[in-house]
Ligand binder design. Structure first.
Ligand SMILES: C[S@@+](CC[C@H](N)C(=O)[O-])C[C@H]1O[C@@H](n2cnc3c(N)ncnc32)[C@H](O)[C@@H]1O
Length: 266
């Protein structure tokens, strides 16, 4: 019953979102920073060219005969009950080409040098993040050994020397990675889609933010509790600007600007 109500809410929410959200052209967005973000990152007005190798890798793996077992980690991953072909895992759990290109442009536009990702899976989003700036340090966390191994092999194959993969539960991996970063410029939360751990990881990462840090949360409407967690994050006192992209939520921590919330059609 709760699931049916959630689905009805999602549809209603989607229709309202499409009607009232701003366009990526930036009309009516009165924050200069969000205007630029909307045009440059969402609308790609700077013509950033995302790397071909990630999509080449994705297409190459679609027909792979490798069988991947279910991950024991994360609310989303538990939907997978049996082993599946690698292509199906990529299709069901990795970012789409559109969202991958968004992450790439965001890392490029923000000049992020210290990038953390919670939830590597087989490494598709990690490669987008790491391609934006070869000088950036990217740490990515994955609990499932097989996914971690596949991601590791791909990073080696494509010579991504700026990625460090920490295998194990986020509970340990997050502390370890936060100790390694002097500060955090960009964090992609794409692992455990439950409210309590998401809020806990958010608060842990706050210890390393600076005025230009950006956090991206994937699947903010994955469930009612994830959406509630997103609302708590957007309202948090340290957040100055939140941007709701329907599936992803982005928060900024710029100092000296009035708190504002945006919804943008992406
Ligand atoms: C949605 S997938 C990540 C997809 C990846 N970011 C991409 O777009 O290519 C989420 C991953 O997070 C991992 N995960 C979820 N909760 C975790 C936890 N508590 N500790 C470690 N890994 C976790 C799962 O094993 C799964 O591979």
């Amino acid at each position: 019953m709760i699931d049916i109500l959630h689905s009805i809410n999602i549809v209603t929410d989607y229709v309202l979102f499409k009607c009232f959200a701003k366009s990526t052209a930036g009309h009516g967005i009165h924050s200069p920073m969000v205007y630029d973000f909307s045009r440059s990152v969402l609308g790609n007005k700077n013509n950033y060219e995302e790397p071909n190798e990630v999509e080449w890798f994705r297409n190459w793996q679609i027909d792979s005969s490798i069988s991947v077992g279910p991950s024991d980690y994360g609310a989303g991953s538990r939907l997978m009950k049996k082993s599946e072909k690698l292509g199906a895992v990529i299709k069901n759990s990795s970012v789409s080409p559109k969202v991958g290109a968004f992450l790439y442009r965001l890392a490029k536009w923000s000049g992020s040098k210290n990038i953390l990702e919670l939830g590597t899976s087989v490494g598709v989003s990690t490669m987008y993040l790491a391609s934006a700036n070869p000088d950036a340090a990217v740490i990515t966390l994955e609990g499932d050994w097989q996914r971690a191994e596949l991601a590791h092999n791909s990073f080696d194959l494509f010579n991504f020397n700026n990625i460090k993969l920490i295998e194990g539960d986020f509970e340990q991996g997050l502390n370890e990675s936060l100790n390694l970063f002097p500060t955090l410029d960009l964090v992609f939360f794409d692992g455990n889609h439950k409210a309590e751990p998401t809020l806990r990881y958010f608060k842990q990462c706050l210890k390393k933010i600076n005025g230009n840090t950006i956090f991206v949360f994937d699947d903010i409407r994955w469930s009612r509790e994830m959406y509630k967690a997103w609302k708590v994050i957007a309202e948090h006192q340290s957040v100055s600007v939140s941007v709701d992209l329907f599936h992803q939520g982005v928060v900024f921590f710029r100092k000296g600007i009035t708190k504002q919330h945006f919804k943008i059609n992406f």
